[in-house]
Design a protein around this ligand. Structure first.
Ligand code: MV4
Length: 446
């Protein structure tokens, strides 16, 4: 195991990593921007280095500053968390070249899964189900038209460099295809500096189901079941749970086997997530692979009884993972608590937290860096915590969530707590009757 690592992140995930390191006796180095001087990750790490001004580009995305801090403090490894540099292949490469272990997959793996058309081809070759469409990138408008007519409308155009819902267009009829391909290409050049797009059949009311995978450096790849992430708004997840209310034991085995096959075919090392679309007939299709630990990893931890950050550190320091399957025990659900004003289109609501009371009790977990008197800076994303409850079954987890949300007090800023309270009461949500479009029509204010 490492003696000392640097955490190239902030907020709840930096704190999450520090907690596991403490338990393992691994010393930690926090890096922070001038806006985060009073953050808990700075207070709870063994050492802290200021790496620049508030703007992300000048601090948490500033590779030379982070590498300098790593040299200065003499760490062995760097944990990127999620977001910021977590899926930046160049950063992973520079870490390694500078003599630090990057706690994550290789730069090549990050690069290869970052190209969404290439990732899809790789998975298809490995025998993972994919949505029918173009073989790789659209080379000409004639090809686009041929393929679209063959698979049938509606189709979806996706940017190769996109992901997470960015750079997508749905086309419902043949006449609209040409102009939309051109617009998608132009947009992709502007947004990603790469105009390549691919086309696939549009799956109309999918659920977003993802499989947690883990690989070690000895060639073992395992999965830790699925997470249901269909409760999203504009591609931002708000609620996640494990297991999914619609995944049977047989389907779990099929999706898990497919995910392991895909990850093993590329020799995947570390924590990864394979995202699938699940249609109404229980067909599933590969969407994307995330090469990082995800925000919602906690629901998996609760139902398999395992610390996934610990597992990341174990694998990165050359440890082996057990091949024994981890069947889900009970049910866990996570509500993302964001500093957002749900009455005004979920706009960010930074500022001073005047009072903060955390819920607790049996089956309740709160991962948060917030506290009474903490000022949420306006420069970063609005996640201030994750409330996770677990119970013997889905109903118990939801009832417990409702109770914990009632107990949760955050004053001084707007949060997503009122939204979650309404959702936990909703009959369709409770019945598990939803897809990725659910929040487009969810009415919760009288
Ligand atoms: C799709 C799709 C329907 N058909 N692909 C959105 C995020 C990105 N990872 C892929 N996404 C989608 N791809 C086909 N062929 C619908 C979506 C989609 C979606 C997926 C997951 C969660 C929420 C979503 C919201 C809108 C669209």
């Amino acid at each position: 195991m490492f003696h000392k690592i640097l955490i190239a992140n902030r907020g709840e995930i930096a704190l999450r990593i520090i907690r596991t390191c403490r338990e393992l006796g691994v010393k930690t180095v926090a890096v922070y921007s001038e806006a985060d001087k009073h953050s808990l990750h700075v207070r709870f790490a063994d050492e802290a280095v200021c790496i620049g001004p508030p703007a992300g580009k000048l601090s948490y995305l500033n590779i030379p500053q982070i590498i300098s801090a790593a040299h200065l403090t003499n760490v062995e490894a760097i944990h990127p968390g999620y977001g910021f540099l977590a899926e930046n292949a160049e950063f992973a490469d520079i870490c390694t070249a500078s003599g630090f272990t990057f706690i994550g997959p290789t730069p090549e793996m990050i690069q290869s899964m970052g190209d969404k058309a290439h990732a899809k081809e790789t998975m298809k070759k490995a025998g993972v189900p994919v949505v029918p469409g173009t073989d790789g990138v659209v080379e000409s408008l004639d090809e686009a038209l041929d393929v679209a007519k063959q698979i049938g409308f509606p189709v979806i155009i996706k940017a190769v460099a996109g992901g997470g819902g960015r750079g997508m267009r749905v086309v419902t009829k043949e006449e609209d295809l040409e102009v939309n391909v051109q617009m998608a290409q132009t947009e992709a050049v502007g947004a990603f500096g790469n105009g390549a797009v691919y086309i696939e059949r549009y799956v109309s009311k999918p659920r977003h189901i993802e499989i947690q995978v883990f690989g070690d450096t000895f060639g073992t790849v395992v999965h830790y079941n699925e997470r249901e992430c269909s409760i999203q708004r504009r591609h931002q997840k708000l609620v996640e749970e494990s297991p999914s209310p619609v995944v049977s034991d047989a389907l779990r085995q099929k999706m898990g086997d497919a995910a392991v096959k895909g990850a093993a075919s590329v020799g995947y090392v570390g924590a990864g997530t394979i995202e699938f679309l699940l249609d109404a007939d229980s067909n599933f299709y590969f969407m994307e692979m995330n090469t990082r630990i995800q925000v919602e990893h906690c629901v998996t931890e609760q139902v398999i009884g395992m610390d996934l950050i610990k597992q990341q550190l174990h694998v990165a320091s050359g440890g082996k993972i057990s091949k024994k399957p981890r069947k889900p025990q009970g049910h866990a659900i996570e509500c993302r608590i964001n500093a957002e004003d749900t009455d005004h289109d979920f706009r960010p609501s930074p500022g001073m937290i005047k009072s903060f009371h955390a819920p607790g009790g049996y089956g309740v977990r709160l991962d948060s860096h917030a506290y009474s008197g903490y000022a949420i800076p306006p420069y970063y994303d609005s996640l201030i915590g994750k409330l996770i409850t677990f119970g013997a079954d889905r109903k118990e987890a939801i009832d417990r969530m409702q109770s914990a949300l009632e107990e949760f007090v955050i004053e001084g800023i707007h949060t997503t707590i009122p939204f979650h309270k309404a959702l936990m009461r909703d009959e369709r949500f409770r019945a598990g009757d939803f897809d990725t479009h659910f929040l487009e029509t969810f009415q919760w204010k009288k």
